[in-house]
Design a binder for this molecule. Sequence first.
Ligand SMILES: NC(=O)C1=CN([C@@H]2O[C@H](COP(=O)(O)OP(=O)(O)OC[C@H]3O[C@@H](n4cnc5c(N)ncnc54)[C@H](OP(=O)(O)O)[C@@H]3O)[C@@H](O)[C@H]2O)C=CC1
Ligand SMILES: CC1=C(/C=C/C(C)=C/C=C/C(C)=C/C=O)C(C)(C)CCC1
Length: 297
Amino acid sequence: KIRKMLSNGVCTSNVQLPGKVAIVTGANTGIGKETAKDLAQRGARVYLACRDVDKGELAAREIQAVTGNSQVFVRKLDLADTKSIRAFAKDFLAEEKHLHLLINNAGVMMCPYSKTADGFEMHIGVNHLGHFLLTHLLLEKLKESAPSRIVNLSSLGHHLGRIHFHNLQGEKFYSAGLAYCHSKLANILFTKELAKRLKGSGVTTYSVHPGTVHSELTRYSSIMRWLWQLFFVFIKTPQEGAQTSLYCALTEGLESLSGSHFSDCQLAWVSYQGRNEIIARRLWDVSCDLLGLPVDW
Ligand SMILES: NC(=O)C1=CN([C@@H]2O[C@H](COP(=O)(O)OP(=O)(O)OC[C@H]3O[C@@H](n4cnc5c(N)ncnc54)[C@H](OP(=O)(O)O)[C@@H]3O)[C@@H](O)[C@H]2O)C=CC1
Ligand SMILES: CC1=C(/C=C/C(C)=C/C=C/C(C)=C/C=O)C(C)(C)CCC1
């Protein structure tokens, strides 16, 4: 009862999605799996973009069995490797005529200092740069399929985040907890800058704090796991955690709020840095530079 009371925010939309195509990254478990399940339940063709295809297949079978929707597919996507991101996008673009919903959900938290295949620090590399590149590669398809939406999973933790341009890869100093928060701030800044650039295109974008949710996200931190267990009544189930992503993906009339941040299915407060347009623009330029992308897209 306490958890239900604290788990504010339910996506009440009864929008159905026959003929619509969705991609959910990191959909083999946690919030992503529940998000994909709900979209499949509404009749969408859903692509589970997972780094571990076997885990993805297990989730797809479960989703197919629960929803009766056979149009649930698994594709390999490792956000810690730009080659994998490019291969995923290439195959998807060849396979599908449309893309209506891109849910940038996958994430890592508090992993020990490590680097992606391209030499980016793991949090900024997977949580921000990986999704930045994926979105870039899929954007034309999203525009052609408009109205379409992009939902970026951020976190309340962004309040502790700062974009240290002189130490973006954590080489000068590194804290696993803060590195996560920095990457989640980057998700918010990306959403804001992207929304600006997409004005008038029919593609809108939102960032989301899903709540404090029981999932595998705490895998690298025994303290977090212990806290989550101790205070389990305060922690949302993954299904409850998926509600704000679904709200942003499905709610009609949300277009004018493109670029905004949501929690518990309502507008949420963003930190001072998260509202800074100059930092958002600079992060965009630096991200393009790191990924070898043109600045204007
Ligand atoms: N749980 C919470 O309390 C909160 C979660 N969030 C955010 O919600 C999102 C979902 O998290 P949640 O469901 O809780 O976490 P989980 O750890 O349960 O799920 C994360 C998913 O991301 C995938 N993933 C991790 N690294 C990569 C990679 N390199 N390439 C592709 N996929 C990858 C994981 O795959 P695999 O299973 O193979 O590892 C998994 O499918 C994250 O962005 C997180 O930051 C925000 C605030 C709070
Ligand atoms: C203070 C406090 C809690 C709050 C924890 C919070 C607010 C965690 C946020 C985690 C995030 C944002 C994770 C991923 O992004 C608990 C554990 C509920 C237990 C009661 C004490």
